[in-house]
Design a protein around this ligand. Sequence first.
Ligand code: F6P
Length: 546
Amino acid sequence: MKNINPTKTLAWKQLRHHFIDIKNIHMKSFFNVDKNRFCNYSIFFEDKIIIDFSKNRINNETLRLLFKLAEECFLSDAINSMFFGYKINKTENRSVLHTALRNQSNKYNIVDNINITLLIKKELKKLEYFSNSVINGDWKGYTGKTISDVVNIGIGGSYLGPYMVTESLKPYKNHLNIHYISNIDGTDIQEVLKKIDLETTIFLIASKSFSTLETISNANYLKNWCILQTKCAGYLSKHFFALCENVTAALNFGICSKNIFKFWEWVGGRYSLWSASGLSIILSIGFKNFESLLYGSYMMDQHFLYQKISHNIPIILALISIWYTNFFKTETEAIFPYDAYMQAFPEYLQQSYMESNGKSIDRNNSLVTWKTSPIIWGQSGTNGQHSFFQLLHQGTTFIPCDFIIPAISHNPVDDHHEKLLSNFLAQTQSLAFGNNININEKIILKNICNNDYMHHKYCPGNKPSNSIMLKKITPYSLGALISLYEHKIFVQGIILNIYSFDQWGVELGKLVANNIFNDFFIKNININYDSSTLGLINIYKKWNNF
Ligand code: F6P
């Protein structure tokens, strides 16, 4: 991977000049000038997803310069390096091969000169066999009953991806009830325990490292609690499973080897839903549907690999995002799925985006002088319209948005879906074009606006959004959508010259939390703490009679 300061490229300099030319142009005029703007600025992914990026503050020249930026940053070399398994996660000396997990060909899957295809296939077979046996009732609990409930214990990527997919694909769900325990807050455990029967529940401990404080503490508590309640020493062999890379730690925990489903160092935590870490998805929707999810993401991988840059969806969306973050100086990006099942999508993207690109040291080991990840936020459906959308239309902050909607609803009720779509379109249209109140902004700025309340109704528009319409949310199209965003994030990391696949900031939090936890139990606490941390620890101890 090349190491290029993006701001030193010719394209970046030209983009700066171009920004001055374009920053005051209203999107209305782009649409007036180009009557085919929708066709010219939208791309189909098969006949399953359309991405309309016409409502952005860009023209052909913007795109030309952004493409030039990608070329000057050797983006296509970087894409090949990832797919070919080069160790592009340099700070952890790892390959980045979540794409191998869904690769339907034998091409590319090489790590350290070893073809990993067989490893992946073997583990998939094991997952298929096990999930089928649970779903069809062959797998029995310790009292001989069939399984009704699955509890996934995991956090970060070992929770957000599987949770988002099981929620988004609820229409494909079978009879199994899937629960998630992620947090170290005891409430999570107690609330799930109220809903399950230990005779008919299996527990999946999802942790790549098998050492994350939250996950292992929750798993230990549940292990002890289950053994105590059931008085059955063999309980674990029927009810506890590990989804991990660190097999030794899982064995030491007491999981039998046949109950361990493995994934590998080259699968990043936040990219692990495609691996054994996605077992809760497989149990929820069945293996065949999981295969469709993998297939959809593979087809988006192919698009990303082979489509020319001017038609490459992840690259275009990534470049537009860089345009806003670094030239318009936007701070955030909002994600609005207009689909109740996809309510967890913004939360999922928060991790994959911000844990990947929330960095300030570049690949040259220098402090960046440009913006890296925007803050990602959002929520589903029209609820947002009746709260924070006000700020999008009339606030002082400029927020690019992605709107996502299926054309075909899983739950058609009366004309609800047409009303939902009308709201979706009304928002993107109003954000782009504002209202027709004819106000002279210069007069408002001069503060000579008499007592005319009309000014308060003024919506200026010129607020950008991408519209992503899926024909229907299926395992296949959801797989493609997730892969689209994964690659968008990757492209941004490459051009912004950062390492997207580590998360040292998060690791710091894990380390410090472990140290503080150990200090709770010693009498003379470490005096090297700052006065705030020490003060709070001491008050906590006093109030809890430690
Ligand atoms: O949040 C940091 C992180 O390392 C994520 O990348 C990962 O998904 C999560 O912690 C959980 O880690 P593990 O799967 O090892 O328990």
